[in-house]
Design a protein around this ligand. Structure first.
Ligand code: AMP
Ligand code: MN
Ligand code: MN
Ligand code: MN
Length: 278
């Protein structure tokens, strides 16, 4: 059976390994088809593709776009698009420019509760400063002894209702799907089980996504429980969505599962890679 992993991160966003290392690790874990899906940035794709070509592994262009839907941060993944598409690149650049100003506001918030130096501290962890992310803040809060690990940072800080969280206007659902389709790609909802949405709200989001031209949802994911897999498989059947799978690997020791270590997709669902152009 094909080992497919269509969701992971490199130092081009908030992953810990450079793109080439991510691809090598995937290959040694037995992955046959990989997509690198950095947040809001396509900078890691050329290096990843060139190593994948050397190793004879199938590589699919990917990106995980930060959007806002119903007041929540949601992630929409694009696959198999033309990476030089101008509208996609301009759209991603606009999201990145908002990240720096959000990071300054987060640092100011943390300062008011006595945690100083967060902007510079987080920036030190960001290889790509334009992609400064809450993951980099989390690493700094661990390093400075405020929290014992990254997971506990996301329990006590920088999440809605906790210190250091600031509202941010990301792209819209319609924009993100439009950019992906405009570049010839396929759009997928990332880890739908992670969003704090009621069942009716989830349906509204999936209705909107489908109306915009979205075709796929992640079913098997490093951040999904077995129950999530059952629930979203049922929704995929009902909506006619293609099924995707990905580890959401960020780095050794910082992820739920390693590259290529996913459970198989339910056999009756159509895998998203059937929609990728050869
Ligand atoms: P941002 O895009 O800057 O809002 O940061 C979101 C990133 O923070 C995600 O892509 C994850 O890498 C990380 N993250 C969010 N929530 C958690 C969590 N509960 N545990 C670990 N990492 C998280
Ligand atoms: Mn991340
Ligand atoms: Mn995500
Ligand atoms: Mn991700």
């Amino acid at each position: 059976m094909l080992n497919v992993d269509l969701h992971c991160h490199s130092t081009a966003s908030d992953g810990l390994l450079p793109p080439a290392e991510v691809v090598r690790r995937a290959a040694s874990n037995g992955v046959d088809m990989l997509s690198l899906t950095d947040h809001d940035d396509l900078g890691g794709l050329p290096a990843a593709r060139s190593v994948a070509d050397e190793l004879g592994m199938r590589f699919v262009n990917g990106v995980e776009i930060s959007i806002e839907w119903g007041g929540l941060q949601v992630h929409i993944i694009g696959y198999a698009f033309a990476a030089d598409d101008p509208a996609l690149n301009d759209g991603l650049a606009s999201i990145r420019s908002g990240r720096i100003s959000r990071a300054r506001r987060m640092a100011t918030e943390l300062e008011t509760i006595g945690i100083g130096g967060c902007f510079d501290g987080a920036m030190r962890f960001a290889e790509n400063p334009n992609l400064i992310s809450r993951a980099h803040f989390a690493r700094y809060l661990v390093e400075s002894g405020v929290c014992k690990d990254v997971r506990s940072v996301f329990e006590s800080y920088i999440v809605p209702g906790r210190p250091g969280y600031v509202d941010h206007r990301w792209a819209t659902l319609e924009e993100s799907v439009g950019w992906i389709l405009g570049a010839g790609g396929v759009a997928a909802v990332a880890h739908p089980g992670r969003y704090k949405l009621s069942r009716p709200e989830m349906r509204l989001m999936l209705d909107d996504f489908k109306r915009c031209g979205g075709q796929a949802i992640e079913i098997v994911s490093g951040s999904h429980s077995a129950e999530n897999v059952t629930v979203f498989s049922r929704l995929a059947r009902e909506y006619g969505f293609l099924a995707s799978c990905g580890s959401d690997f960020h780095g050794p020791g910082e992820s739920y599962i390693d590259l290529g270590k996913l459970a198989p997709l339910p056999p009756d669902l159509t895998p998203v890679w059937e929609a990728f152009r050869p």
